[in-house]
Design a protein around this ligand. Structure first.
Ligand code: NAP
Length: 270
C-alpha cells in the first residue's frame, strides 16, 4: 500500500521501521534534516512538505497531542477523499469532534517507552501490544476500519475497538495517573539523601514514568485532566481504605490477580 507517516518520533519512526519490512511504498513527512537522511533508504519519498502524501491510501499522524488537530487540518485538500487517515494520540475524545474530507479513524497504540525521537524508535515496539481504534464517523465494519485493522495486525499489535470517551477514562487510570503518581513519588522523597542512596529496583520500577517525555506528559495532563482528576479521587480513597481492615485478605487478592495480568514476556494477557 502507499502509506504516509507524519512525525518521525518514537511512534512514527517505529511504524515506519516496521512497515518498511512488508514492501509498502512509504512516504515520510519530517521537519528534521537528520531524520530525513536516516529514513531515505526505507521510503519512496521523504520531505517536510505534506504534498508528497497526495497519492497515499493510508496516513498515520504521529505528531504531539497538541499538534494533531493542526496536522489533520493541513491534510485537507492534499490526501484523496478515499485516504484512510489515523492519528496515534494518547487521548482520543478531542479528535472526534470534526468531519474531514478523508476517512478519519482515530487510534492509539498502547505501547511506548520513556524515550522520544526517531533515535528511540524500533520496529518491534508494537509486537504484542494492544492498539485501540475509536471510529466515530463510520460503522465499525466499514472497509476503512478493516484496512487499518490489517495494518495494525501486520505491526504485531492486537486491535481493540472502543468508544473515545471510555478510552480516555481508561487510559487516565492505567497510564496518565500512574505517570503523575510516579512523578509525585519521586519528587516527594528525592531530597532525602539516605533514601535516594538506598533506592533499588522497587523505586526504579515505580518511578520509571517520571521520565516520560515532557511534551507528552504536559499534553496528557491538559488534554485528559478531568479524567485524571476523577481517577485520582478514586486512588486517594483507595490509599486511605486499603490498610484499614482485612489488609491481608485484600492484598492476597490483589497479589494473585496482578500476577495473572502479564505473561513472562511482560505482555498484558487480560
Ligand atoms: P516524539 O518521539 O516526540 O515524536 C513526535 C514527533 O512529532 C517528533 O519527533 C517530530 O517529528 C514531530 N513534532 C514534534 N513537534 C512538532 C510540532 N510542533 N509540529 C509538528 N510536528 C512535531 O513523541 P511520540 O512519543 O512519538 O508521540 C507522538 C504521538 O504518539 C503523540 O500524539 C502521543 O500521544 C502518541 N503516543 C505516544 C506514546 C508514548 O509512550 N510515547 C504511546 C502511544 C501514543 P519530526 O522531527 O519527524 O518532524
Amino acid at each position: 500500500m502507499k502509506i504516509g507517516i507524519i512525525g518521525l518520533g518514537l511512534i512514527g519512526g517505529s511504524i515506519l521501521k516496521k512497515l518498511a519490512g512488508f514492501g509498502h511504498e512509504l512516504y515520510a513527512v519530517t521537519r528534521s534534516h537528520e531524520t530525513l537522511r536516516h529514513v531515505e533508504s526505507l521510503v519512496k519519498s521523504c520531505s517536510d512538505k505534506y504534498e508528497i502524501l497526495s497519492n497515499c491510501e493510508v496516513v498515520f499522524v504521529c505528531t504531539p497531542i497538541g499538534k494533531i488537530l493542526e496536522t489533520l487540518d493541513r491534510l485537507e485538500g492534499i490526501v484523496p477523499e478515499s485516504c484512510v487517515v489515523t492519528d496515534v494520540a494518547s487521548v482520543k475524545e478531542f479528535v472526534t469532534k470534526k468531519k474531514y474530507s478523508f476517512k478519519f479513524i482515530p487510534s492509539h497504540p498502547m505501547a511506548g517507552t520513556e524515550n522520544s525521537g526517531y533515535g528511540a524508535s524500533f520496529p518491534e515496539l508494537f509486537v504484542g501490544a494492544k492498539w485501540v481504534l475509536t471510529p466515530y464517523d463510520c460503522p465499525i465494519d466499514a472497509c476503512e476500519v478493516k484496512i487499518l485493522l490489517e495494518l495494525v495486525e501486520q505491526m504485531g499489535a492486537k486491535s481493540i475497538i472502543a468508544d473515545a470517551k471510555e478510552h480516555d477514562k481508561a487510559v487516565a487510570m492505567i497510564s496518565h495517573l500512574p505517570m503523575y503518581i510516579s512523578q509525585c513519588l519521586y519528587n516527594a522523597f528525592k531530597d532525602n539523601k539516605l533514601a535516594m542512596k538506598l533506592a533499588s529496583s522497587g523505586f526504579r520500577d515505580t518511578t520509571r514514568l517520571a521520565m516520560t517525555d515532557l511534551t507528552l506528559a504536559c499534553d496528557m495532563l491538559s488534554f485528559n485532566g478531568k479524567n485524571i482528576q476523577e481517577a485520582q479521587n478514586v486512588f486517594i480513597s483507595e490509599l486511605e481504605n486499603l490498610k484499614s481492615e482485612n489488609y491481608l485478605e485484600k492484598i492476597t487478592e490483589i497479589s494473585s490477580s496482578r500476577r495473572k495480568m502479564y505473561n513472562s514476556d511482560g505482555k498484558n494477557i487480560v
